[in-house]
Design a protein around this ligand. Structure first.
Ligand SMILES: [Zn+2]
Length: 353
């Protein structure tokens, strides 16, 4: 339908007369993540019925992020769960990650607060239950699930001596899988055109896990970068799921080419950043890697390295720098220096302590 010229003229005049603040610009941060300091009793259990799921950021007119309440979830006190993204419009809904299983209905209700489109596509950034927990719920809604093959293997296989990441339910398993190929680093494995967007699923090297995918929305100029970067707590390479500290450094370097200088990067947890914000994090990871490598090669035990408090120079500038978070990071670095187990079916047989 053609707009009559006088109306177009009026619309143009209207937009020119508006101040910049009255125009819609993105991102809109509706609910910032919390900053702490959070304390929980040793026996504290997350009360899932108290967790709410909100639209926390709008990245474009039809690309929103969902995140949970602060101060309730022990694993993620700054905002419960792992951030999810929703692209919506006439072609239906594309979801990045599904939040925890316990809040599936609330995640669904949050989506239904702005779109009634069918849930058509789901891509998982990595296997952890705060990102895949409600997969089966959304699979039952009709979502076609995409992920790296390593994620699928890790999700399906029961863990020896442990619980699977979610209750086994084939509706939640990825059905379209792809692999990371070092010769094609940064190239999308899948590109979808939906709702006026061009969406790239880009498989990553073993970094946060061995099944990571970052998701680029070209028109909105946004990349969901999942969990190899975080700005609440110290880095977490989930080595049992194939993650790697060195891979996290490679992931940061690859992001410098996947994203432009103005691209908004959306971590699974913490605040939104640009690619240059990855660089001090990279420098910190490399510094700790170098220090711990020297210490282990000098014969120091893990206990001695942990006691040396190598992260001290970074504690003041690291939000959520709990002892647990520091020890997990330094232990992962120590384990990676020597005798680092290979990835088999998306997992590493790490030393149990
Ligand atoms: Zn996460």
């Amino acid at each position: 339908m053609r707009t009559p010229l006088p109306l177009m003229f009026l619309a143009l005049l209207g937009s020119l007369s508006l101040s910049a603040s009255a125009q819609t610009s993105y991102p809109q941060i509706l609910i910032p993540t919390g900053e702490g300091d959070y304390q929980f009793a040793d026996d504290y259990q997350t009360p899932w019925d108290e967790v709410e799921i909100f639209v926390t950021e709008k990245m474009s007119p039809n690309l929103y992020t969902l995140h949970g309440s602060q101060g309730i979830d022990r694993n993620h006190p700054d905002a419960s769960g792992g951030r999810a993204m929703v692209l919506f419009g006439p072609d239906g809904v594309l979801l990045v990650d599904t939040q925890n299983r316990q809040v599936a209905e609330k995640t669904y209700a949050a989506i239904r607060s702005f779109t009634d489109g069918p849930i058509r596509v789901l891509v998982n950034s990595h296997v952890h239950s705060d990102h895949t927990g409600a997969n089966a719920f959304f699979g039952k809604q009709g979502a076609l699930i995409f992920a790296q093959e390593n994620l699928q293997l890790d999700l399906i296989m029961p863990r020896p001596g442990g619980r699977p990441a979610q209750e086994p339910d084939t509706d939640g398993y990825p059905v379209v899988t792809y692999r990371y190929d070092p010769d094609k680093a940064g190239e999308p494995a899948v590109t979808l055109k939906m709702n006026g967007e061009i969406v790239d699923f880009i498989p990553m090297m073993p970094s946060h896990t061995a099944g990571d995918t970052v998701v680029r929305f070209r028109n909105a100029n946004v990349v969901y970068i999942e969990d190899f970067y975080r700005n609440f707590g110290y880095p977490f390479a989930a080595q049992t799921s194939g993650g790697s500290i060195r891979g996290m450094i490679e992931a940061i370097d690859l992001l410098q080419t996947i994203a432009g200088p103005d691209t908004w990067l959306i971590p699974g947890h913490g605040t939104l950043i640009h690619r240059e914000d990855l660089l001090p994090y990279r420098a910190m990871v490399e510094d700790i890697l170098n220090r711990v490598t020297r210490m282990r090669n000098d014969g120091m035990t893990l206990a001695q390295v942990l006691a040396a408090n190598v992260t001290a120079p970074y504690d003041a500038t690291t939000e959520g720098d709990t002892q647990e978070s520091k020890d997990r990071f330094v232990t992962a670095v120590y384990d990676e220096v020597r005798d680092f187990p290979p990835i088999v079916n998306g997992r590493r047989d790490m030393p149990r302590r």
